[in-house]
Design a protein around this ligand. Structure first.
Ligand SMILES: O=C1O[C@H](COP(=O)(O)O)[C@@H](O)[C@H](O)[C@H]1O
Length: 251
């Protein structure tokens, strides 16, 4: 049975710094145990903030970046040079500043890439990158929206009902840009550790509903559970509607 834990930090800056420190520790531990590690990145303010903190931390040198696979949980289907692209934001925040093996950086296709504007083909190609058996990712970072979406799986949308495919094209998203590519919940649940990272009061209802056991069709983030561990890393704003008291580090 996997564990669900919640840690609440005083503010979003502390949350990002602490999550970056946790990432270093977990990646180093996994690399020591298995030789290499895999991390799935998220877009969004908190997710990208964590990458910036990692870039600026001297502890980042403890990671063997050449033995790290990078994936994405979702991507906005826009041109490669669009500032909306999760990959571009992650590269600017961290990936361009560390000695990763480019062959181990597994980005989703942009809308001006080899599949042109065919988002279904781009999603199918990413499913092939993941292969028939989706990797048991070591760490998956996920953000969430105030209405309960995670990755690009929105409430009551076709993606939330997907049971077979690991990656789907997503259209008509309520949050722009409207066209995206996303891992599905079955693929997300292949991850060993899922870290749900989010700050701000706008996320408080979704956090409270997910932790109270909401259904994943209405609140997709409720369906994001790691096979080993599910860790919610929150600030006081996003935790403000939780009824139970959770661990709150004073530092
Ligand atoms: O569009 C997206 O939004 C969510 C959450 O972003 P936030 O800025 O509101 O925290 C993110 O998890 C997802 O990867 C991204 O594509």
């Amino acid at each position: 049975m996997s564990k669900t834990e919640v840690v609440v930090y005083r503010n979003p800056d502390l949350l990002a710094a602490a999550a970056a420190a946790r990432l270093v520790t977990r990646i180093v531990d996994v690399q020591a145990a298995k030789g290499s590690a895999s991390v799935v990145l998220t877009g969004g303010g908190t997710g990208i903030g964590i990458l910036r903190e990692l870039r600026d931390s001297s502890a980042r040198d403890a990671i063997d970046w050449s033995r790290l696979d990078i994936y994405w949980g979702d991507e906005r289907f826009v041109p490669a040079d669009s500032d909306e692209r999760n990959e571009k934001q992650a590269r600017e925040a961290l990936l361009d500043h560390v000695p990763l093996d480019p062959k181990r950086v597994h980005a989703m296709a942009p809308s001006d890439g080899e599949f042109g504007d065919d988002v279904d083909a781009a999603a199918a190609a990413y499913a092939e990158v993941l292969t028939d058996e989706v990797p048991a990712f070591d760490i998956m970072l996920l953000g969430l929206g105030g209405e309960g979406h995670t990755a690009s799986i929105f409430p009551e949308s076709p993606a939330v009902y997907e049971k077979e495919r690991s990656v789907v094209a997503v259209r008509d998203c309520p949050k722009p840009p409207p066209t995206r590519i996303s891992l599905t919940l079955p693929a997300i649940r292949r991850a060993q550790d899922i870290w749900l990272v989010t700050g701000g009061e706008a996320k408080a209802d979704a956090v409270a509903q997910a932790l109270a056991g909401a259904g994943e069709v209405q609140i997709p983030v409720a369906g994001a559970r790691g096979s080993r561990r599910t860790l919610w890393l929150l600030d006081q704003g996003s935790a403000s509607k939780l009824t139970k008291v959770y661990q709150t580090p004073s530092a």
